[in-house]
Design a protein. Sequence first.
Length: 307
Amino acid sequence: MKYAIDCQELTRKFGDFVAVDRLSLQIHPGEVFGFLGPNGAGKSTAIRMLCGILEPTAGTATVLGYDLLQEVEKIKARIGYMSQKFSLYEDLSVLANLSFYAGIYSVPWQQRQSRITEMLKLAGIEARRDSLVSELSVGFKQRLGLCCAIISQPDLIFLDEPTSGVSPTSRRDFFNIIQELANGGTTVIVTTHFMDEAERCDRIAFITDGVLLGIDTPDNLKKEVIPGQMVELLLPRPMEHLDSIESLPFVRECSIHGAAIHVLLDSEADHDQLDRLTGFRSNPITPTLEDVFINLTKRRSKGAAQR
Ligand SMILES: Nc1ncnc2c1ncn2[C@@H]1O[C@H](COP(=O)(O)OP(=O)(O)O)[C@@H](O)[C@H]1O
Ligand SMILES: [Mg+2]
């Protein structure tokens, strides 16, 4: 199997509204792949189609080598899915939830005990095995939700905004588990709007209005989408200087970030010239994925305005 997912022009409409617009992409086995985009971008719709919950309006896809339209049952038997509302039984213990999902996903009897033990260990909740789920923190619940979703050792797991509503520390712990799964060969597809999580993906797809705007590794996206050199300029009343800086011939664009202006220069050599003209010292910075996303979105709206 060359690709864990290979989709061509996958489209979903709701009435006349196009929620996912001709999505084509390939995801490699063992990749941690992120779908990034604002609310309403179409991330959940895309994922729900790819796990066989929602019928595509048009397009084709293979998931784990199986045809999405013809072999959906085979796909479902080999994937895991966890949404924001990870469905745990609040009035059952941690152990009872894991046993329940081991049963639902038909984990063979002789493997159940060892899988449950492994999952307790992976989630770091061995000490809470007899606690009721309702007594757990959100971070614990979320890790337990993930472990329930992977108890049958799926080859591919879909995580739809699994970390919304939890603390940064819990999000980090959760992503460490994801990384561990991927190291073991599981393909992980995760949607998020947290840039720090996107940074930890092997590759990401930026989606807005159902359209794929960019797809690559975080580093390549920064290099390709933001060519030239980005610098940060700290100066009083940045708003007042924005237009004059933007009109300099070697400046590609500027944006305000709190007290600073981020200036995208044609090349690193323009740095001194900018400092001389403004009378302030600028510092080179590495663009963030947020810069990439702002840039891709701007390009798209410029393109739309020209049409
Ligand atoms: N069942 C549905 N019926 C009508 N519109 C829907 C339905 N599901 C999603 N949408 C619309 O499709 C768009 C994309 O939604 P969604 O995939 O949930 O976005 P995201 O997960 O990126 O926030 C939104 O505008 C949403 O309102
Ligand atoms: Mg969503």
